[in-house]
Ligand binder design. Structure first.
Ligand code: BES
Ligand code: ZN
Ligand code: ZN
Length: 499
């Protein structure tokens, strides 16, 4: 992975001691005057920065990145536009830093950031350090594993230094950012990995060793184990593939034994063809991203253990492939879930809720404090909130408030939808307890959650539908085309704040 070799540190340093290829300086549109260290540096170097700005070569519009070549030990001063003051936010700053890194990656090996200049006059130094570091590390991500040609031309920045005026120790912030960015980028790696490689067995073998050195315990169940546990829904979906299913259970105990665990359940469909209700082209494309929830969950627990967070966390990730075969499950089948409920299949493409049904019922048996599931459950999430935000639903107000608060802090936008009882009617079945779709075809995200709610018992629960936000079509700011690592930052923030 390209990003693993980028490191971030912070230090107090006078500008003429900077020896990097580039020094990033941020400007708000209305405030392009120089002050402090920068003013001194400018005066000592023939007004090179102030005259560049005065010549109107740089207006500090959002997205502007302009390099001034300085033939000294510091090679380039890079002016970064942060746009207008009243539109400035920590997200604007993070994306601006990420975009500048993307533009500079070819040719710049080490880069410094004049941290204070990116605060917009409003951001706290610690938060700024953390979010700027995350911006660099996420923005520089590239998936190159399956390229064989011109690999040496894919370059990256190796060292990033945050230059502070205060001299405060920001190691905690840069360390947090490095660990979370690594979790995001590893999630992206696996989501991007093709389905012929990232099979359930392959991912389970990887998960077995996750966080071994950080005290994570792993249990992996194969098809026999899953059958023994009578996870009929999960088995039904998995039956049509030669790539056999795996149930991954990871456990990290960072708090007292007496403290109930938090359980994160993730959907891990390594490829979703739709099954007998096969997806037509082009909807079948990208269905390798259907494992994004499980991978976010797995890398969240790893990051959590690395940071020694004081929580007890369990991750339950069912992995399988939804394929077409003589043995495939079919519409009209009735499957029996782990909790004994019967489910009539009306559409084999609504498979995620089936594998989650068993995983959630298993989670509920652990009597956890809460259960949160992360799943690429519906295409309907697209018409709900598009690529901008992730819809979620919850049975418990306290949990929903925690998720909203974590959303603000992590900069991952979520929006709550209601779990009103009116929706329950449309998944009643004539032959079984429930059916796996509503034949009215409306309110897809809520119907998906309404189905899942049957399997969590009385445990406070939230469902996060990343059907749309798991994938990016653009290479911009913190995003790179492909897997996004959605919910990793959100979950990390939630766990960090957990009380
Ligand atoms: N994995 C898909 C959801 C999905 C679709 C994610 C497109 C990302 C992009 C899921 O298994 C699915 O196929 N859901 C169906 C449900 C329907 C049959 C009720 C859907 O959304 O069309
Ligand atoms: Zn599907
Ligand atoms: Zn799916």
């Amino acid at each position: 992975m390209e990003n693993q070799s980028v490191s971030v540190r912070s230090m107090k340093c006078s500008l003429d001691k900077v020896k990097d290829n580039a020094l990033l300086i941020g400007f708000i549109k209305e405030k392009t005057g120089l002050s402090g260290e920068l003013k001194k540096f400018d005066a000592e170097h023939g007004n090179i920065v102030s005259s560049f700005i005065r010549d109107n070569s740089f207006k500090a519009e959002k997205g502007d990145v302009k390099s001034i070549y300085i033939n000294k030990s510091l090679k380039n001063i890079v002016l970064v536009g942060l746009g207008e003051q009243d539109k400035f936010s920590i997200s604007v700053m993070q994306n601006a830093v990420a975009d500048a890194c993307k533009k500079l990656r070819n040719g710049v090996e080490s880069l410094s950031i004049l941290l204070g200049s990116f605060s917009g006059g409003v951001l706290d130094e610690k938060e700024l350090a953390e979010k700027a570091s995350l911006g660099c590390l996420m923005g520089l991500y590239k998936f190159t594993e399956f390229k064989t040609k011109d690999k040496d031309k894919i370059k990256s920045i190796r060292q990033i230094t945050l230059i502070t005026d205060s001299g405060h120790n920001l190691e905690k912030e840069t360390e947090y950012a490095a660990i979370v960015a690594e979790a995001v980028n590893k999630t992206r790696d696996f989501v991007n990995t093709p389905p012929n490689v990232a099979t359930p067995e392959h991912i389970a073998d990887y998960a077995k060793n996750i966080g071994k050195n950080f005290g994570i315990k792993a249990k992996i169940f194969d098809e026999n184990g899953i059958a023994k546990m009578k996870m009929g829904c999960f088995l039904g979906v998995a039956r049509g593939s030669v790539n056999k299913p795996r149930l991954v259970v990871l456990e990290y105990n960072g708090a007292a034994k007496s403290k109930k665990p938090i359980v994160i359940v993730g959907k891990g469909v390594t490829f979703d063809s739709g099954g007998l209700n096969v997806k037509p082209y082009p909807y079948i494309l990208n269905m390798k991203d259907d494992k994004g929830g499980a991978l976010a969950a797995i890398h969240t627990i790893e990051a959590c253990a690395k940071l020694r967070m004081p929580v007890n966390l369990v991750v339950i990730a069912p992995f399988c492939e939804n394929m077409i075969d003589a043995a495939s499950y079919r519409p009209d089948d009735v499957l029996t879930a782990y909790n004994g409920m019967t489910v009539e299949i009306k559409n084999t493409d609504a498979e995620g809720r089936l594998i989650l049904a068993d995983a959630l019922a298993y989670a509920a048996e652990l009597k956890p404090e809460v259960i949160i599931d992360i799943a690429t459950l519906t295409g309907a999430s697209m018409v709900t909130l598009g690529y901008v935000a992730t819809p979620f639903l919850a049975t418990d107000e306290k949990l929903s408030e925690k998720i909203k608060s974590a959303s603000k802090k992590s900069l991952e936008k979520v929006w709550e939808l209601p779990l009103w009882p009116e929706f329950e009617e449309s998944i009643k079945s004539d032959v079984a307890d429930i059916k796996n779709i509503s034949e009215e075809g409306d309110a897809g995200v809520i119907i998906g959650a309404t189905f899942l709610k049957n399997f969590v018992g009385e445990v406070p629960w939230a469902h996060i539908d990343i059907g749309t936000t798991v994938w990016s079509k653009v290479d911009k700011g913190i995003l790179t085309k492909g897997g996004t690592g959605a919910t990793v930052r959100l979950m990390m923030e939630l766990l960090r704040e957990w009380k």
